[in-house]
Design a protein around this ligand. Structure first.
Ligand code: 5GP
Length: 113
């Protein structure tokens, strides 16, 4: 089954987003409704890393949250962000709206992107 969520469309640049970081594995873009001066969403890009939610993790995809966290940590260091929050919303009842695993990165510090 080919999944096609909103974040697939952002990943594939079918709809625009303000991308602040990208490499072969991960993309980070600004949340359209920011809840902090910096509010970014980190997603894994590879189809083999796709998982809808933390709830759906298997041994095959268990590395994905760590990958997102490491990239967020590197991003923070690179941008001199010394304090931040990382969040996964899990399931509709946990506030998850988009079923493409993503890490929320929030900081009171603003980035220049
Ligand atoms: P969730 O609630 O699923 O953990 O988070 C989804 C996030 O995606 C929300 O914070 C929401 O503001 C953000 N969002 C929804 N639609 C768009 C969009 O079209 N572009 C961007 N950049 N963010 C979006």
């Amino acid at each position: 089954m080919t999944e096609h969520t909103l974040f697939h469309k952002i990943r594939d640049r079918e709809i625009p987003a303000t991308v602040v970081f990208e490499d072969d594995e991960v993309m980070a873009f600004k949340d359209i409704h920011p809840k902090a001066p910096t509010h970014l969403l980190f997603i894994a890009k590879k189809d083999t890393d796709f998982v809808p939610s933390i709830d759906d993790l298997t041994e095959k995809t268990a590395h994905v949250p760590g990958l997102l966290i490491l990239k967020a940590q590197a991003f923070a260091k690179e941008h001199g962000i010394v304090g931040y929050q990382l969040k996964f919303h899990v399931g509709k009842a946990g506030g998850q709206e988009v079923f493409y695993l993503h890490l929320h990165f929030l900081s009171e510090q603003k980035i220049e992107a």
